[in-house]
Design a protein around this ligand. Structure first.
Ligand code: MSP
Length: 581
């Protein structure tokens, strides 16, 4: 499953792009939340590779938590056995989702443990981690301490699980977080560390104003504790607190000669709002103390809920990987990826996974849009030009006499059909170019929905053009119209070329379906269409040049092929998960 294509012509002017997901606890099986964060990382990684950047995409599992050893013993397994069973489940789920991660780190791996120990030792040696007493409100379900203020606000219950907080006193090793308060404030306010979306940035700055306290970085080993976790360097009576060790994964994995360029590049951490504080405050401060640069972007999305209700263990309503598999089986994997990416909680608000909405989005965005448009154009090329691209066109359609659009209007008039808005012009190539620019801007601000919508906007434009120019009417009058064949081939070339460009922009979310289209349309020059995970042959600006080196060529054959997406019936029952124990 490890994927690492490199562009043959990497652009040396662009910094490498390093995107990470949280590393997930292995006390349980993967669900929609884990898949969602990893999916948006995948879409961002694929889009960045498409624009030509050198990308490293990391995900993995967080294994040393107390809850892992606890569930292991409840299941009659050693912590390591249990961690391995679940780490494999995550790997399988992510392979199923067609994620293109370049590595999958497990915190029980030596490469991670050795480096994490090195960092903690360095911070101890620098006197930034010291021994002290600590009294505070502990959230056992999240294994973290909360400030008095946060504990009080939540009525002394866990803000995540609602379980009672415990007042705990411990002797611990502490990281001196308060000394980084002014630095953190400056970094976040100035945007040097971009905390996104904006609502989350304000939240973090607000909490920062309440002041910082030293962060415990260890746990005292008590009698009866499972032998699980990394011992505190130089103090066998403590283990490194799982959160501190887990955060280190982002660096441990690339802290070597082969991968150092990724930490020097643009680092983007993705997660949900539950764990923003660790990523926006504690981790950057640790990095600063270690003499490393902080991440550029810390992006915390909101939550998926299920059919209007928060997902929880007690309600048993988690959307697990098996339900996602059932959706993929019925509607295709890429349709499910599309739904999650475009309808997910990327912003500050939660999103609801509702079957009726799935079908609505599937029909509107896929079956009736890119699916229908590519079949229509493919069918017309098949029917009118024996399945071959006939001639090229610059994608501009004016209304002067003698232009292709004028001929199309003439055909409509001959057929006795009204021509609405006879002064209409189309600049399809320019439209596609602008959509591509909009996609790049949206990618920079992680607005994946807008990025993908720029691909859809090209499809909508093509649909509108087809309705207006009515090539099927024109095709019936080729003998009667002097310039009929040229007009028809220009119109169809422009539709197909625009859809080819749209398919590039849609491919980060739907790599398999777009590769299917490239197979049907013989676009072997973009990528190896038999392997939707192979690298592109050139950066997007080159690939998407209208009638450029990689554009559709006269004589290129277009196979009608199977429709990319069949229309779905909203009355059919929702897919059900086949529950595997
Ligand atoms: N192990 C820690 C993270 C350490 S990172 C250094 C952890 N693991 S977790 O398994 O609980 O995963 C939490 C993450 O899973 C969230 O931040 C989010 O990425 C994802 N999601 C879990 N539930 C979710 C939803 N209901 N909706 C969307 N994503 C959520 O915390």
């Amino acid at each position: 499953m490890i994927y690492n294509p490199r562009m043959p012509n990497e652009n040396p002017n662009q910094t490498p792009y390093y995107v990470t997901t949280p590393i997930y606890y292995v006390n349980d099986r993967p669900h929609i939340g884990h898949c969602y964060t990893t999916l948006i990382a995948d879409v961002a990684a694929r889009a960045q590779r498409l624009v030509g950047r050198d990308v490293f995409f990391l995900t993995g599992t967080d294994e040393h938590a107390e809850k892992v050893s606890k569930t292991a013993s409840e299941n009659g397994k050693t912590p390591m056995e249990w961690a391995t069973i679940n780490a494999e489940r995550f790997k399988d789920a992510f392979a199923f989702m067609n994620f293109s991660n370049d590595d999958f780190v497990r915190t029980t791996e030596e490469r991670h443990k050795a480096k994490a120990i090195e960092y903690i030792t360095q911070l101890k040696d620098q006197g930034i981690i010291t021994l002290g007493d600590y009294e505070g409100w502990y959230d056992p379900s999240q294994e973290e301490y909360l400030t008095e203020m946060v504990a009080k606000e939540n009525d002394y219950k866990s803000p995540v699980t609602g379980k009672e907080l415990e007042k705990r006193v411990e002797q611990n090793w502490f990281f001196d977080l308060p000394r980084y308060e002014p630095w953190l404030k400056e970094q976040i306010e100035s945007g040097a560390i971009r905390v996104m979306p904006e609502a989350r940035k304000n939240e973090v700055l607000g909490r920062l104003k309440q002041g910082l306290r030293p962060v415990p970085v260890s746990r005292q080993i008590k009698e009866g504790d499972a032998d699980w976790g990394i011992k505190m360097p130089g103090d066998d009576s403590h283990r490194i607190y799982v959160w501190i060790e887990a955060l280190c994964n982002y660096l441990t994995t690339v802290d070597n000669d082969e991968r150092a360029q990724y930490w020097d590049g643009e680092v983007v951490h993705l997660m949900a709002k539950d764990i923003l504080w660790f990523h926006a405050i504690i981790w950057p401060a640790m990095l600063h103390a270690l003499g490393k640069k902080p991440p550029q972007t810390v992006y915390a999305h909101a939550y998926w809920i299920s059919e209007g209700t928060k997902m929880s263990k007690s309600l048993g309503n988690f959307i697990e990987i098996d339900l996602l598999q059932a959706y993929a089986e019925k509607y295709s994997l890429d349709a499910m990826r599309w739904f999650l990416t475009t309808q997910g909680p990327l912003g500050a608000n939660d999103s609801d996974f509702a079957h009726s909405r799935f079908v609505e989005v599937y029909n509107a965005d896929l079956a009736n849009s890119i699916g229908n448009s590519t079949s229509r154009v493919g069918n017309m090329v098949h029917k009118y030009f024996a399945g071959q691209i006939k001639g090229t066109c610059n994608g501009e359609f004016g209304f002067e006499n003698g232009t292709s659009l004028q001929t199309a209007r003439q055909a409509l008039a001959n057929a006795g059909k009204p021509v609405d808005d006879p002064d209409r012009t189309y600049k399809i190539a320019e439209f596609a170019d602008q959509a591509m620019a909009a996609a790049s801007d949206a990618l920079d601000s992680m607005d994946l929905e807008v990025m993908l919508d720029s691909g859809r906007s090209i499809v909508r434009h093509v649909d509108d053009f087809i309705s207006y120019a009515a090539p099927f009417t024109l095709a019936k009058q080729l003998d009667a119209l002097e310039d009929g064949e040229h007009a028809l081939s220009s119109i169809l070339y422009s539709c197909a070329e625009a859809l080819r460009i749209a398919s590039l922009l849609l491919s980060p979310a739907m790599p398999e379906k777009m590769a299917q289209l490239w197979r049907n349309w013989n676009c072997n020059h973009l990528v190896d269409p038999d392997d939707c995970n192979s690298g592109f042959v050139a950066p997007l600006v080159e690939l998407a040049k209208w009638n450029g080196k990689h554009g559709l060529k006269p004589g290129q054959s277009i196979i009608k092929g199977e429709a990319l997406f069949m229309r779905a019936d909203s009355k059919e029952p929702a897919p059900e998960a086949e529950r595997i124990s």
